[in-house]
Design a protein around this ligand. Structure first.
Ligand SMILES: Cc1cc2nc3c(=O)[nH]c(=O)nc-3n(C[C@H](O)[C@H](O)[C@H](O)COP(=O)(O)OP(=O)(O)OC[C@H]3O[C@@H](n4cnc5c(N)ncnc54)[C@H](O)[C@@H]3O)c2cc1C
Length: 289
C-alpha cells in the first residue's frame, strides 16, 4: 500500500530534531526504525506532514552500564540488547523479555524509544520499564525532563509525551546480583505480541522472606500494569507453593481485560494468574548468585 505524502528531515542533532517537531505543532512525527510508524502510515492511521528521522543521532544508540544501573539510548535496537553479553548479568529480566519481541527482521530495526512511544499495551519494553521503575528521559522545545515509567503510559498507543518531545534514553535502576526474578509470556506463535506476560522480581533476606516485590503484566489492559496487591502479598513472605497459589488467584482477580478477537476476558484473567505463577516459580528456582 502506498504511503501518504510527507516531507522528510534527517537532523544531525537532537535539538534540531526537537525544533523541527516544535515548528510543525503536532503535525510531525519522529521516525526510528519504522516498524510501527510505516504500517500506520500505510493504513492511514497516521498522516504526519513531516517525518523526522533519528538515524544520524549516534548518541541515542548507546547502551551504558554503571553502578547506578543501565541506560538504553532511544535508538538501541532489540538486536543490540540481544548482542550485549554484559546486559545478561546486569539486567537479566530485560534480556529475558526482549527475547520474546517479534521476529529477526523486526528485531534488527525496532527500537527501545519507538516501542515506548508507540505504547502497545502488549509490548515487552513498556512492561519492563514499568516493572523496573524506569526513568524515561525526553527532550523538547522547553528543555529536558524525566518521566517516571509509572506516569508515562496513559492508554493504548497514548503516552505523556508532548508532540515536540523526543525520548532520548530510558534508565533502569541497578540490579542486585542476588535478586530473584522471572519472566513468562504466552503468545499464539513465537514472536507474536503477548496474549499475556508477567515480569516479577523480589529481593530476599537471610530468612528467605521477600521484599521489594515488583509484579508487572502486559497484554491485560489498556497499558502495561503493575499489580500492587500481589506485590503486597509477596512482601514479607517466604515465596513457597502456598504463597504462589495465592498470588496466582490474586493476580487473576486484579486485572480487568476486555473480550477481544484473540481471547475472552475470563481466559485472559486466568492466563495472567498462570503467568504470574510460572514467573514466581522461575524466581524461586533461580540459583544465580
Ligand atoms: C510484525 C511485527 C511484530 C512485532 N512484534 C512485537 C512484539 O512481539 N513485541 C513488541 O514489543 N513489539 C513488537 N513489534 C513492534 C516493534 O518491536 C517495534 O518496537 C515497534 O514497532 C516500534 O518500532 P520502531 O522502533 O521502529 O519505531 P517507529 O515505528 O519508527 O515509531 C513508532 C512510534 O514511536 C514514535 N517514536 C519513535 N522513536 C521515538 C523517540 N525516540 N521519541 C519519541 N517518539 C518516538 C514514532 O513517531 C511513532 O509514533 C512488532 C512489529 C512488527 C512490525
Amino acid at each position: 500500500m502506498k504511503l501518504p505524502p510527507f516531507e522528510y528531515a534527517c537532523p544531525a542533532t537532537i535539538l534540531e530534531a526537537a525544533s523541527l517537531l516544535a515548528s510543525h505543532e503536532g503535525d510531525a512525527k519522529v521516525l526510528a526504525g519504522g516498524q510501527s510508524l510505516v504500517p500506520m502510515l500505510a493504513f492511514r492511521v497516521a498522516a504526519p506532514t513531516l517525518l523526522v528521522d533519528l538515524r544520524k543521532l549516534k548518541d541515542l544508540r548507546k547502551i551504558k552500564i554503571s553502578k547506578e544501573g543501565v541506560s538504553l539510548g532511544a535508538m538501541v535496537r532489540w538486536r543490540d540488547i540481544e548482542d550485549n553479553a554484559r546486559l545478561l548479568k546486569v539486567q537479566p529480566l530485560l534480556c529475558a523479555a526482549i527475547e520474546h519481541v517479534a521476529h529477526y527482521q523486526v528485531r534488527n530495526r525496532g527500537t527501545v524509544g519507538g516501542s515506548l512511544a508507540h505504547a502497545d499495551p502488549a509490548a515487552e519494553m513498556p512492561g519492563i520499564a514499568l516493572t523496573c521503575d524506569a526513568e524515561i528521559h525526553v527532550v523538547g522545545k522547553s528543555g529536558t525532563r524525566m518521566i517516571p515509567a509509572g506516569e508515562f503510559f496513559l492508554g493504548p498507543l497514548t503516552t505523556a509525551l508532548e508532540p515536540d518531545e523526543i525520548i532520548v534514553e530510558v534508565k533502569l535502576p541497578a540490579w542486585p546480583a542476588k535478586r530473584r526474578w522471572g519472566f513468562q509470556e504466552f503468545s499464539r506463535r513465537r514472536g507474536d505480541f503477548a496474549m499475556a506476560a508477567a515480569a516479577v522480581f523480589y529481593d530476599q533476606d537471610r530468612s528467605r522472606k521477600a521484599s521489594n516485590a515488583h509484579v508487572g503484566v502486559i497484554g491485560a489492559g489498556d497499558t502495561p500494569l503493575r499489580l500492587p496487591q500481589v506485590e503486597a502479598l509477596l512482601n514479607g513472605r517466604v515465596i513457597d507453593e502456598a504463597t504462589i497459589e495465592e498470588a496466582d488467584k490474586l493476580a487473576a482477580a486484579s486485572v480487568n481485560p476486555s473480550d477481544d478477537i484473540h481471547a475472552s476476558a475470563a481466559y485472559r484473567k486466568s492466563l495472567v494468574g498462570t503467568m504470574v505463577e510460572r514467573a514466581l516459580k522461575d524466581a524461586v528456582a533461580r540459583t544465580s548468585k
